[in-house]
Every structure is written in C-alpha cells, then in structure tokens.
Design a protein around this ligand. Structure first.
Ligand SMILES: Nc1ncnc2c1ncn2[C@@H]1O[C@H](COP(=O)(O)OP(=O)(O)OP(=O)(O)O)[C@@H](O)[C@H]1O
Length: 254
C-alpha cells in the first residue's frame, strides 16, 4: 500500500519540504505539504491541473510567500534568492522555457556558469569546456551557434534542460519536461535524467505524462487541491484508488 505518512523517507535528504502551506488571498494552494528528495533520487510530483505542483516549485525557489512550513537543502534553510539557490546547487527548468530570443544555444549555457563559479569555473577555458560537454550530452553540438528562436520546440526544450545542467546542479527541478514532446524525444529525455541522477543529482519533476513519470521516478508524490493524497513507489501509487479518482482516472478518460 502507498505510504501516506508525512514522515520524510530519506534519513539525509538533499531537499526536505516540511509542512509547506501557501495561500493566495483566500485560496489555500498548498496545505501542509511534506515530502523529501534523497541524494541521487528522482521524485515526481503529480496531480490534476491546479493541484499546486508549480506552487511547490515556486515556494522552493523563494518566489511565493509561505504561510507555514520549512524548506531545507541538506538540512539547512534553502536560500530564497535565485543567486543563492544557484550557489547552493539548485537549477530549475520552466514550463515556458524562459529562453532569450536572439541568443545562441551556447550563450544560454554560459549564463549559469557565470553565476556559479564553484560549479563551472569562472575561467573562460573551463566554462567553454563545460559548455562543450553539456552540448554533447544533450545532442546539441550542431546547434551551438544557432539562435534559439530559429529552433523547433523540442530542441528549444533541450536547450532549457542543457542550461539547467550547465552548472552541474545537485538538485534539479524540472517543470513538465516532457510536455509537447514526441515519444523519441521523451525517451531521450528520460535517458538524460537517468544519467544525471546516476551521477548523484537529485531530481524533482512535475509532469502530466504519467507513462513518463512511472518509468522514471523512484518515488511519486500525488497532490490534489494542495494536499498530498498519496506517496510511494510508482506502481503502488498508480493503483491507489484515491489517485485514480483524482488524477489517473481523469487522464485515462480524457
Ligand atoms: N500567483 C497566484 N495568484 C493566485 N492564485 C494562484 C497563483 N498561482 C497559483 N494560483 C492558484 O493556486 C492553485 C495551484 O496552482 P498551480 O499552478 O501550483 O497548480 P499546478 O498543479 O501546477 O497546475 P497545472 O498542472 O495546471 O500547471 C490554482 O488554484 C491556481 O489558480
């Protein structure tokens, strides 16, 4: 049976979200949400539209005010600025990608390296070596000098992931990484995420593509109306009646 207890499951988690509550005026978007992500672990946050998934990401990144709760990285309070988070090894991709028209693929990868000296090195040679490595890992070498606004959506999506990986994050937050991708691109994405996790990076992903999530995540946390309704191994969560009712049933019927 899925484990519904709020007890953190990792003894020494990379990310611990504890009792997180966020309200927008009278709307309680997150209500006492608790979960964690271990080192090198991939955890998926799923749930229907409006369940609160993106708000969790925004809270982790200090972009929304918490009414209650704590967010810790390796046991310490998480920084609330993007510079602080980058320095703490956190990287995020956005649903909207957040790329800059007019900039090349390689230029996008240099941005986080200039902000995270410990990760990529400030010296030009180290940064360009790292850019070349990530471009190769994400099969983007041929596009390095192309402007991102000239590229098709799946490639732009890879650029956003490459940018997040450039500074060698130790916690990667992926907001709907498979959205808008075909099956070949999704398989390639899964391979990249598996490799990143195998190298020790913790991954928290929000995703609507249930098949992708179930094949990739070590654990799944299910939100509905801002509350955790289930958590556990993908196979257990998938057969949980509350999850079927709240999310998977909706997906299967749609
Ligand atoms: N800045 C905001 N101001 C007011 N309400 C907000 C704000 N951001 C989110 N909400 C509300 O909070 C709830 C949770 O939204 P959130 O975007 O986190 O859900 P989600 O699970 O990511 O949804 P989706 O799958 O559609 O992206 C929704 O009811 C949403 O309308």
């Amino acid at each position: 049976m899925p484990d519904r207890t709020p007890t953190p499951s990792s003894a020494d988690p990379r990310l611990a979200v504890d009792g997180l509550t966020v309200a927008f005026g009278g709307l309680v978007a997150l209500d006492d949400v608790t979960f964690d992500v271990g080192h090198g672990e991939t955890v998926a946050l799923i749930g229907p539209n409006g369940a609160g998934k993106t708000t969790v990401f925004n809270a982790i990144c200090g972009l929304v005010r918490r009414r209650a709760g704590a967010i810790r990285l390796d046991g310490r309070p998480a920084p609330r600025t993007s510079v602080g988070l980058t320095a703490a090894g956190v990287a995020r991709t956005l649903q909207g990608l957040g790329l800059f028209d007019g900039m090349t693929v390689a230029e996008h990868l240099l941005v986080p390296l200039s902000r995270a000296p410990r990760a990529g090195g400030t010296r030009a040679g180290e940064a360009s070596d790292r850019v070349a490595q990530v471009l190769d890992d994400l099969d983007l070498t041929a596009e390095a000098a192309r402007r991102v606004d000239e590229l098709p959506y799946p490639v732009r999506k890879r650029v956003a992931l490459a940018r997040a990986l450039a500074a060698r994050p130790s916690l990667l937050l992926l907001d709907e990484p498979a959205g808008g991708l075909g099956s070949d691109d999704i398989d390639a994405l899964a391979a990249v995420v598996r490799k990143v996790a195998a190298d020790g990076c913790s991954v928290l992903l929000v995703e609507h593509r249930v098949d992708f999530v179930m094949g990739l995540a070590d654990r799944v946390v299910v939100l509905d109306f801002g509350r955790v309704i289930a958590r556990g191994a993908p196979a257990d969560v998938q057969t949980d009646p509350a999850v079927e009712a709240a999310y998977l049933g909706v997906t299967a019927a749609s």
